[in-house]
Design a binder for this molecule. Structure first.
Ligand code: ZN
Length: 403
C-alpha cells in the first residue's frame, strides 16, 4: 500500500525508476478501477475527454466539493482517500525540496465579514498541508500593511519552514517584504496559475519558491522539486495530453466517483524523463489555459477571488430569495467586471455587493474598477445543496506589473 509509514522511514523506496514500472503500476490500478466500478469494458485508450461517471456505491463518509471556477462539476471523494492523498502529495513535495519535517503557515479566507482575523498561534493538524502542524492566518483581502507586518513578525517566533498561499494572496503582503527583509522559510503556491512576476518577486524574499497543484476532480497533480521541474504524481493518476493540448487524467484512488480520461480544463505539454532530483516520471513542460481565480486591477494587483466570493456569500445569505441564487464574476480584457447573477437584484443589494468589491479593490489600486450587474438565469446550477460559485477572468486581463 502506497501511503503507509514506510514512506517516512525510507522515502526513496517508493518512487518509480522507469517507464515500465509506471505502466505496470497503472495497469494494476486500472484493473482495480474496472472491478470497483464494475466496468468490464473500460477502454484504456479512449482519445476523447469524458465526464465523470458516478458509481452506485453508497458512501457515508464522502467529501463533496468543487473548485472556485466550477463547482458545477462537483465531485465525490472519501475522506480517507482525501487525507491519504493529500498527505502523500505533500510529503513527497517536501522530500524533494529537502523539507522533511516542516511546520507550515497557511493563509485562510474568512467565511464572512465578522470572523476574527489574524494569526492563530495555536497550530492545528491541517489536512491541506498533509497532516503537518500548521498555523493559520485569516485575512480580509485588503492590502493593509500594518496587518501583514504584525502577523509576519509574529510568525517569525514560530519557526515555520513553509508559507503556503495562493498567488493572488501574495499580492496582499508583497509590499511589506522589503520592510521586514528576507524570510527564513520557503513559499509554496497552489490553486491558481503562478504568474512569472509573482514568482520572480517571491524568489527575492523566500528560501525557495515551490509551485504545486492538486486537482480533486480527476486527480491531476504536480509539484516542483528543488530543480524547478514540475513532477506529475504518477502514483495518484494517469495523466496524458491530447493532440489539442488538453490534459486528461484518470484518478486511480477515487473509488467513489470515476474520473476516467477526464478533462478539468487544463492545457499543457507533458513528457516522461528522469530529473536531476532522481525522480523518474511524467513532467509538465508547459501549463496554460487554466481559468484564473483572481481579479486584476489597473496597476496589475491581483485580488483573490475566493475572498470576494466568500464575502458575496456572506452578503447574499441575509437575503430571503437566497435559495437558488447563483453567480459568477467575469473580468474582461479592459478590466471591466460583469457580475452574473441568476436572479435580478434590488438596487440596495447591488450597491452592497459593488461597494464591498470596490472597497477591497481600492486598497490595492486607487483607480476604480467598473462593475456591472448582469441578470443571467442560465447560470443557475443550484442543486438544493451546492451552489455554483465561479470566478472567471480572461487570461488577457492579466498584465503583470513590474516586479
Ligand atoms: Zn525533479
Amino acid at each position: 500500500m502506497l501511503f503507509k509509514k514506510p514512506f517516512l522511514n525510507n522515502p526513496s523506496e517508493i518512487f518509480f525508476r522507469s517507464k515500465e514500472q509506471i505502466e505496470r503500476y497503472h495497469n494494476k490500478k486500472l484493473n482495480k478501477l474496472k472491478d470497483v466500478f464494475n466496468l468490464p469494458n473500460l477502454q484504456y485508450h479512449w482519445t476523447a475527454s469524458h465526464k465523470p461517471i458516478y458509481s452506485n456505491i453508497p458512501h457515508i463518509d464522502l467529501k463533496t466539493s468543487g473548485t472556485t471556477t466550477g463547482a458545477v462539476k462537483y465531485y465525490r471523494y472519501s475522506n480517507n482517500s482525501y487525507y491519504l492523498i493529500e498527505y502523500y502529495h505533500m510529503k513527497r513535495l517536501m522530500f524533494f525540496n529537502g523539507i522533511e519535517n516542516g511546520t507550515f503557515a497557511r493563509l485562510i479566507q474568512p467565511q464572512n465579514h465578522t470572523e476574527k482575523l489574524g494569526l492563530e498561534t495555536k497550530p492545528i493538524i491541517d489536512r491541506a498541508t498533509g497532516g503537518n502542524v500548521t498555523y493559520h492566518i485569516k485575512y480580509n483581502g485588503e492590502q493593509d500593511e500594518n496587518f501583514w507586518i504584525q502577523n509576519f513578525i509574529a510568525l517569525d517566533g514560530l519557526g515555520i519552514s513553509v508559507l503556503y498561499c495562493r498567488p493572488a494572496e501574495y499580492e496582499l503582503f508583497r509590499s511589506i517584504l522589503p520592510k521586514i527583509g528576507e524570510r527564513k522559510y520557503h513559499i509554496m503556491f497552489s490553486s491558481e496559475i503562478l504568474p512569472p512576476h509573482v514568482r520572480a518577486n517571491a524568489k527575492k524574499w523566500f528560501i525557495s519558491v515551490i509551485d504545486k497543484m492538486r486537482c480533486w476532480d480527476g486527480g491531476f497533480s504536480f509539484f516542483e522539486c528543488r530543480y524547478g521541474t514540475k513532477h506529475v504524481n504518477d502514483e495518484l493518476a494517469i495523466v496524458e495530453s491530447l493532440e489539442d493540448g488538453k490534459i486528461i487524467s484518470t484518478d486511480l484512488f477515487n473509488h467513489s466517483q470515476l474520473f476516467y480520461k477526464y478533462w478539468n480544463g487544463d492545457y499543457g505539454k507533458l513528457s516522461m524523463r528522469e530529473c536531476d532530483c532522481g525522480l523518474f516520471g511524467t513532467v509538465l513542460d508547459e501549463l496554460q489555459g487554466r481559468q484564473i481565480e483572481f481579479i486584476v486591477t489597473d496597476n496589475g494587483s491581483l485580488i483573490p477571488g475566493t475572498v470576494l466570493i466568500n464575502y458575496i456569500f456572506g452578503i447574499t445569505e441575509k437575503w430571503d430569495q437566497n435559495q437558488g441564487l447563483d453567480f459568477y464574476i467575469e473580468q474582461h480584457e479592459n478590466k471591466d467586471i460583469d457580475l452574473h447573477f441568476s436572479q435580478p437584484l434590488s438596487p440596495d443589494q447591488a450597491h452592497e455587493i459593488i461597494s464591498m468589491i470596490l472597497r477591497v479593490a481600492a486598497s490595492h489600486d486607487p483607480k476604480p474598477l467598473k462593475i456591472m450587474f448582469v441578470f443571467d438565469n442560465k447560470y443557475n446550477h443550484f442543486t438544493g445543496l451546492h451552489r455554483s460559485k465561479r470566478l472567471l477572468t480572461t487570461s488577457k486581463a492579466l498584465k503583470p506589473k513590474d516586479s
